[in-house]
Design a binder for this molecule. Structure first.
Ligand code: BES
Ligand code: MN
Ligand code: ZN
Length: 498
């Protein structure tokens, strides 16, 4: 899909479909007024029928209005305010783009970004308009099957009205930001949605190699023997029951000053989590194919950063393996020595994410990173605490936490700050090792983060628990592409300062 901006008047626009906004299902926005005047008040008269709903995103399609160049005019309600909130704006765009996609129109012009939002941020509006269009156009990969050519995908060109007073350069930058983040999200979604027999650790490593080739990144993939040599025993303890070889992927983007230390993104890459010997119940176990969502978001973000050519250095680190039960698998009660030297009593083999991450976080020290963010579908407890809207954010540094929260707001990919108080650490006591891999049931997402924090003392660190946000269950089952938006905006911010 191609995106551009245009300043043309809607009534003269020759696109297959033009879209204009209506306030509360009845009041005309400036663009709608122009179409109304040109068509001899056709809009005013049709709106009198009351057929357009007042809720943001309700639509009404009109054909062949006299005096209007475009064959289709789509009216879309933008909610109750002439300057819509971000939520109403998103709802209006989603409704409009769905309605356009249901027609055979190949090109569309949306006059919704000219009437600015409540906070007058045209740049935000354009970026999100692109992101919404790209998300709606996303098609899940279907192994062994051709993509459905007839799935209403006639729409290839989308134009957005240029926001008032915005320079051409700023418009282009906003479109690029939307496209790059959208492409990163698409990669993240593809990897998550692929079945676990295809998206294996080896497949993730191949994907990293392809990204490296396309964007001239540096890639290193450590094999099992090299991991063993480095002492990554907690990681290998998880992988032991699987026939799939584990991989440790390091992807380096160098867009900044050679002297500047990188930001590290560390993503959990469990390509399937059965729980191991502490096996999970079978209901919905298929969803554990998304347990590599953190890894997928790191690859997606690296892609977005490379497309944006951000002036900073980023290293993506992905420990990846399967968690399977087997005669060789780790037993509850096994004690292993992590790369850092701390011994861990593995009381529950289903708490495997923290085991692969702790060695990855120790490995990360060698980059002397200016900041580290790990991303993991780490705990079911986080889903209970925050549901599916916010990712759980934990950090050993408040400035870093604030940066990530703000990036989440901008990206509409929000996180919520959770505590890492000393009191919570008390539940991580073992009679036999330096620490156990689980605390009690209470505050499960917090004690998991406390476990990780024992391995991140040497740098500013934050942890995003995306167990509730990386994918959707139910009718719209699939990967969400989160938190690529949050991470990319965080890095855009980092590129701008220091
Ligand atoms: N991958 C799961 C976390 C998860 C569960 C994500 C459900 C999304 C939905 C993780 O490896 C896990 O199994 N965590 C356990 C930890 C427990 C054994 C302390 C959990 O959350 O139940
Ligand atoms: Mn698990
Ligand atoms: Zn897991």
């Amino acid at each position: 899909m191609e995106f551009s901006t245009k300043a043309a008047s809607p009534e003269k626009d020759k696109s297959d479909c033009i879209v204009v906004g209506i306030v509360e299902g009845k009041k005309l926005t400036p663009a709608a007024k122009l179409v109304d005047e040109a068509s001899g008040k056709a809009l005013t008269s049709v709106l009198k029928s009351g057929d357009l709903g007042s809720k943001a995103g309700s639509t009404l399609l009109l054909h062949k209005l006299v005096g209007v160049a475009a064959g289709r005019v789509l009216l879309v309600s933008i909610g109750k305010d002439a300057k819509p909130s971000r939520k109403s704006f998103r709802d209006a765009l989603t409704g409009a783009l769905k309605a356009v996609a249901a027609t055979k129109a190949a090109s569309a012009s949306l006059y919704l970004t000219d009437t600015l939002l409540a906070d007058d941020d045209g740049s935000w509006a354009l970026e999100h308009a692109v992101l919404i269009a790209q998300e709606l156009a996303y098609q899940t990969p279907r192994p062994g099957q051709k993509l459905d050519a007839d799935a209403g995908k006639s729409l290839t060109k989308v134009h957005f009205a240029a926001p008032n007073g915005m320079s051409a350069a700023a418009q282009a930058a906003a479109l690029l930001r939307g496209t790059a983040i959208g492409n990163g999200q698409d990669l993240c979604r593809d990897l998550g949605n692929l079945p676990p027999n295809i998206c294996t650790p080896t497949y993730l490593a191949e994907t990293a190699r392809e990204l490296a080739k396309t964007y001239k990144l540096k890639v290193t993939v450590l094999e099992q023997a090299q991991m063993a040599k480095l002492g990554m025993n907690t990681l290998l303890a998880v992988s032991k029951g699987s026939r799939q070889p584990p991989k440790f992927i390091v992807l380096e983007y160098k867009g900044g000053n050679a002297k500047r230390k990188p930001v590290a993104l560390v993503g959990k890459g469990i390509t399937f989590d059965t729980g191991g010997i502490s096996i999970k119940p079978s209901a919905e176990m298929d969803e554990m194919k998304w347990d590599m969502g953190g890894a997928a978001s790191v690859l997606g973000t690296m892609k977005a950063v490379a497309e944006l050519k951000l002036p900073l250095n980023v290293v993506g680190i992905i420990p990846t393996c399967e968690n399977m039960p087997d005669g060789q698998a780790t037993r509850p009660g096994d004690i292993v020595t992590s790369m850092k030297g701390l011994t861990v009593e593995i009381l529950n083999t289903d708490a495997e994410g923290r085991l692969i991450l702790c060695d990855a976080l120790t490995y990360t020290e060698r980059f002397q990173p200016e900041a580290v963010v790990d991303i993991a579908t780490l705990t079911g407890a986080c889903v209970i605490a925050l549901g599916h809207h916010a990712s759980g954010l934990f950090a050993n540094n408040d400035d870093l936490a604030q940066e990530l929260l703000a990036a989440g707001e901008t990206a509409q990919d929000r996180a919520w700050h959770m505590p890492l108080w000393d009191e919570y650490h008390d539940s991580l006591k073992s009679n036999f090792a330096d620490l156990p891999n689980i605390g009690g049931r209470a505050g499960g997402s917090i004690t998991a983060a406390c476990f990780l924090s024992r391995f991140t003392e040497s740098y500013p660190w934050a942890h995003l628990d995306v167990a509730g946000t990386a994918w959707r269950s139910g009718a719209a089952k699939g990967s969400t592409g989160r938190p690529v938006g949050l991470l990319t905006h965080f890095l855009i911010g980092r590129a701008g300062h220091k």
